[in-house]
Design a protein around this ligand. Structure first.
Ligand code: BDR
Ligand code: CA
Length: 312
């Protein structure tokens, strides 16, 4: 299996990404690190442990990371994910504690301890990974790639042009994009193809176990937010697209491109600029950008994995 670390801010869709990762034999989840984002880092850490507890997983170490971005004040996504960051169904009490160690320390230790390079899956602001590469540039070659949910080739969500994760810490993303580490970007242009339609939610509901019921209820809360805020009929389930792409290379189609993130714009701070047509001829591609999702294949993978996990 492919060794991965998930750096996240759960979050309803982060939670589904975690469930997908622990259920799949194709990836080995070595650690989970958390970041502010959808909620405070304290809430994100508790939520991550509750999701692992729901999945019956207690062997994956969890460490809390950044409480705020590289610069300025924290932007929080409670307006989407509720007061806890994971509002909706009742969750089991956390079965274990986070490590008494920072996210950067757990990331460094895990990367150093392995012989093979590790994939970093980032489904929240990029703060922890930016710090890691700043504090431990020597570990750069231990990172197989960074695959992150964030940005877009098109428009935004937190602001009209900026996606939430890239808005929340553009300096950290800029650090990662210029680090030389291979990067794959899974932006809104892709994840808006991953909507949990009524059929998807019905399939969750029909599962005969708690995990299926919890996922259906998460989609209910998340869907209401998306309906109120952005007039979506059904919620786009962004974050698991990263993990799904690692498990099944056929799920996402990619394109190499130069990607930058706006740090200064008066209205556009945090916006990703994706040069799909080589309009900056002096800029080489520095990322692979997710373009097209096979939604049927994606949902079959996510739902079958969740169902497997629930039956264990
Ligand atoms: C991203 O922001 C959060 O709401 C989600 O968890 C996802 O990572 C989507 O813009
Ligand atoms: Ca997230």
């Amino acid at each position: 299996p492919l060794p991965i670390i998930i750096d996240c801010d759960p979050g309803h869709d982060d939670a589904v990404a975690l469930l997908l990762a622990v259920s799949s034999p194709a990836v080995e989840l070595l650690a989970v690190t958390t970041c502010f984002g959808n909620c405070s880092v304290e809430d994100a850490t508790r939520n991550a442990i509750q999701v692992l507890t729901l999945a019956g997983v207690s062997h994956v170490p969890v460490a809390a990371g950044a409480g705020g971005p590289s610069q300025g004040d924290a932007t929080l996504g409670n307006y989407v994910h509720g007061a806890s960051g994971l509002d909706g169904p009742q969750m089991p009490a956390p079965a274990f504690e986070p490590l008494d160690e920072s996210a950067v320390s757990l990331l460094s230790r895990t990367l150093s301890d392995r012989d093979d390079p590790v994939t970093l899956v980032v489904t929240g602001p990029m703060t922890n990974i930016g710090r890691l590469l700043t504090e431990r540039p020597d570990l750069r070659h231990r990172v197989r790639e960074v695959i992150f949910m964030g940005g877009s080739t098109e428009r935004g969500n937190h602001t009209p042009t900026a996606e939430f994760n890239t808005y929340a810490d553009p300096e950290a993303l800029d650090r990662v994009l210029s680090s030389g580490v291979p990067v794959r970007m899974v932006g809104l242009n892709l994840t808006h193809q991953a909507v949990a339609t009524q059929d998807v939610v019905d399939r969750m509901r029909r599962m005969n176990h708690r995990i299926g019921q919890v996922c259906a209820a998460w989609m209910g809360f998340f869907g209401d937010s998306y309906n109120k805020l952005w007039e979506f009929e059904a919620p786009p389930v962004h974050d698991p697209c990263t993990v799904a792409a690692l498990i099944d290379p056929e799920v996402v189609r990619w394109r190499d491109a130069f990607v930058a993130v706006e740090l200064d714009g008066r209205w556009t701070r945090g916006t990703t600029v994706v040069d799909l047509y080589g309009r900056y001829p002096d800029r080489e591609p520095n990322a692979r950008v997710a373009m097209e999702l096979d939604a049927t294949r994606y949902w079959n993978l996510v739902l079958e994995s969740i169902d497997d996990l629930g039956r264990r």
